[in-house]
Design a protein around this ligand. Structure first.
Ligand SMILES: Nc1ncnc2c1ncn2[C@@H]1O[C@H](COP(=O)(O)OP(=O)(O)OP(=O)(O)O)[C@@H](O)[C@H]1O
Length: 709
């Protein structure tokens, strides 16, 4: 057999292998669905057997109706409103609470900021005894415990920072039921490493006082997830030791694979699943072309921040490496933006300091690596910029999702350049499905037509929802044309083939350089950037592929011919590239993307009013006085002026907190204090008094809108 023949057969075998792998994937997906249906049917059968009513073949048995009436309805409504200050449930919250109260294990998948905490905090108050909450990070736990304490709920945490006195109190409460303890937060390490704690918990359970177990950020159980934590693997022990206690697993995202994995890890095979949409309608997704000149990229980022957020609203810039983080932060600083960096090489105290400055709005922009991750729950992050692409759609969804948790319009901008692909691929190629995941997000970045949102729906296997023009591809009526680049592709493949025949390898950039020379001979007018795009396009289409080689210092990514290269060489495949012809272009004018409702003045005013109102209530309300739904409603009504916005806010608040606000108004009105004019003139009046007067001003807005109402 000639070498050429062997090579040819080898290629066609490789193509067949790829096809078989494709078929295996389809079959595995089918198997997953069948397993799911199997457990559903088993559950239905069990409930039929329990209720004594026969399950007739072909007639679907009624699935549990979690929206129906339950004996705890009025108690739950009372606690929701009077303890949590929440006027109505959001999607799925009531159903989840009902399932937990019915002592079922529950899996909740709900987008960031959707209101997962209420789903276990409310049942914890309705039930007698102590609810155990496992959460991965100390900072998350501290925030939650502080928030609950402000509501007067006896919540504690048992972590390395807990004082001896509190620890004693907690152990007594668990063992003997002494003292008031309703919700106890621990890290997963406590479960896997502290025998003492587990024995106290055992006692609590024996006395019938362990009301429920909640596992927050449950995706950390799965190796397939984006944040795997080894200690989460041991949490299955909770169900084994306390089988009668309902387990509630919560996460913002989980693909089918992650869901299956975490159900298995936590031993909750019979759980009820509540999967809410991954859609974040208030986030505007933009992908911008990234210049090959570093300074230009920083100029563009700085310009975007300064023009769009002149009132120093908070934002995050994600970078690929620690070094890049420091560099970008310094260069933003040089351009007058208050920015600092955050990465894993810094000591804990320095990181905490930067985080705190940013959380308290003393720093506008945090420039971080992926280390700036879970536990970032600042609600008013207005923009998340990716200086480099993330390693997967899931990671990008999580990172960009840190914007706009308060429901207000926010922007997610990703700077994409094909040359960033090999940087990422050489890091992820050894991970489970690492390259496949990376190529998914590269597809997302390269597309100039497809709705960005739809890519998330597809990734998380969710039906498509309307984007409402909230991504660059939907917002611009772009002028994109398909350019036939089959000739150039053929040239590229044959060039690589020649190099390989001579035992030579090329990186993406070397290949593009060599192509520049060849292109001139060919009379092709593809620009350098377009050639880079073509290389990536061919990798995604398996005409080319990446190969990796380790050196003492790094892993290098090379481009070689892929399993379908022959099709291009034989002219059997047409290759097209999406090229923008008009103004649109991904580096288009961002200002035109921003709509009137994101006007920074309106947002600042809104924030001011919210702060003033929480002052009135002396911190009674844990979060904002306005709910996210109300804020979204305000945004959708598109107020034209600050006055109009204030009136609308006033009406909403008067509806919700009318009587308390009126009480306050009367108190201040009766005191005969000077009005706004006096406040402005009397610069040296004491600051508490000034605050009160300001508060009064906010209340008067409400009073007048109540009159109108
Ligand atoms: N039904 C509701 N109505 C109004 N506000 C609500 C409701 N439920 C929760 N919230 C508020 O929404 C905000 C987000 O809730 P929460 O912190 O529980 O979100 P989450 O789903 O845990 O988000 P993340 O995954 O980002 O941590 C909080 O301010 C909470 O008080």
């Amino acid at each position: 057999m000639e070498t050429e023949e062997i090579l040819e057969e080898l290629l066609s075998v490789e193509v067949e292998i790829q096809d078989v792998q494709g078929q295996i994937k389809v079959l595995l997906d089918q198997q997953e669905k069948l397993y799911e249906r199997q457990s559903e049917l088993k559950l239905i059968l069990e409930s039929c057997q329990a209720s004594g009513s026969p399950a007739k073949e072909g007639v679907p048995t009624a699935v549990e109706n979690w929206s129906g009436h339950f004996e705890w309805d009025s108690h739950a409504d009372d606690v929701r409103f009077n303890v949590f200050g929440i006027s109505k449930y959001r999607a799925n919250q009531r159903e989840i609470i009902n399932a937990v109260m019915s002592r079922r294990d529950v899996l909740v998948i709900m987008a960031a900021g959707g209101g997962k905490s209420l789903c276990y905090q409310l049942p914890a108050l309705l039930r007698d005894g102590v609810a155990l909450v496992v959460s991965p990070l100390l900072s998350l736990i501290q925030d939650q415990v502080m928030g609950l304490a402000a509501l007067g709920i006896p919540a504690f945490m048992l972590t390395s920072t807990t004082s001896k006195e509190d620890e004693k109190f907690i152990y007594k409460a668990l063992e003997k039921g002494e003292g008031e303890l309703k919700i106890l937060y621990v890290t997963p390490e406590k479960i896997s490493k502290s025998k003492r704690f587990m024995s106290k918990l055992e006692k609590c359970h024996h006395a019938g006082r362990l009301s429920l177990i909640s596992v927050d950020e449950a995706h950390c159980c799965s190796q397939w997830g984006h944040d795997f934590r080894p200690d989460y693997k041991n949490l299955g022990i909770l169900k084994t030791q306390f089988p009668s206690v309902p387990v509630l697993a919560l996460t913002a995202t989980a693909t089918q694979k992650v869901q299956n994995d975490l159900i298995e890890m936590l031993h909750i095979s019979k759980c009820v699943k509540f999967v809410s949409t991954v859609n974040r309608p208030n986030l505007f997704y933009i992908v911008r072309e990234k210049s090959s000149v570093g300074k230009v990229v920083i100029d563009e980022i700085a310009e975007f921040i300064q023009e769009s957020y002149p009132n120093k609203e908070s934002g995050i810039v994600y970078c690929f490496s620690r070094k890049e983080c420091q560099q970008v932060a310094n260069e933003l600083l040089e351009r007058g933006i208050s920015a600092d960096y955050y990465h894993a090489d810094m000591d804990v105290n320095a990181r905490e300091k930067v985080h705190m400055r940013w959380s308290n709005n003393k720093l506008q922009v945090i420039v971080g690596t992926v280390a700036f991750g879970m536990g970032i729950n600042k609600p008013d992050v207005r923009f998340v910029i990716h200086h480099s692409l993330s390693k997967s759609m899931e990671t990008y969804y999580q990172e960009s999702g840190r914007a706009g948790r308060d429901g207000l319009p926010s922007e997610c901008v990703l700077f994409f350049r094909p040359a960033d692909v090999p940087r990422q691929s050489s890091m992820v190629f050894y991970e489970n499905a690492g390259l496949q995941n990376l190529y998914d997000i590269v597809r997302f970045c390269q597309s100039r037509r497809q709705c960005r949102r739809s890519a998330f729906f597809r990734h998380f296997a969710e039906p498509f929802q309307n984007c409402n023009g909230m991504c660059d591809n939907c917002a611009y009526s772009s002028e994109i044309k398909d350019v036939d680049v089959s000739r150039q592709a053929k040239l590229m493949v044959s060039l690589l083939q020649d190099m390989q025949d001579n035992d030579q390898r090329l990186t993406m950039l070397q290949l593009v350089d060599k192509m520049k020379v060849k292109h001139k001979e060919l009379g092709s007018d593809l620009k350098k950037e377009e050639m880079e795009q073509l290389v990536v396009r061919l990798i995604l289409d398996r005409i080319l592929k990446e190969e990796f080689q380790h050196t003492a210092y790094a892993t290098n990514a090379y481009v070689t011919t892929g399993p379908l290269a022959k099709q291009v060489l034989q002219g059997k495949k047409t290759i097209k590239l999406e090229v923008s012809t008009g103004q649109k272009n991904m580096a288009g004018n961002l200002k035109s993307v921003k709509r009137s409702l994101t006007s920074s003045d309106l947002r600042v005013k809104l924030d001011e009013l919210r702060k003033e109102l929480s002052l009135v209530h002396g911190g009674i309300f844990p979060h904002s006085v306005l709910s996210s739904e109300q804020i979204s409603m305000l945004s959708s009504q598109r107020p034209n002026s600050i006055e109009e916005l204030e009136r609308m806010i006033g009406k909403l608040k008067a509806e919700k907190y009318g009587s308390r606000i009126l009480e306050e108004i009367n108190k201040y009105a009766d005191s005969g204090q000077p009005g706004d004019a006096a406040l402005n003139e009397n610069q040296d009046c004491d600051s508490r008094f000034r605050k009160k007067l300001k508060t009064k001003k906010a209340l008067v807005v409400i009073e007048s809108s109540e009159d109108e109402a």
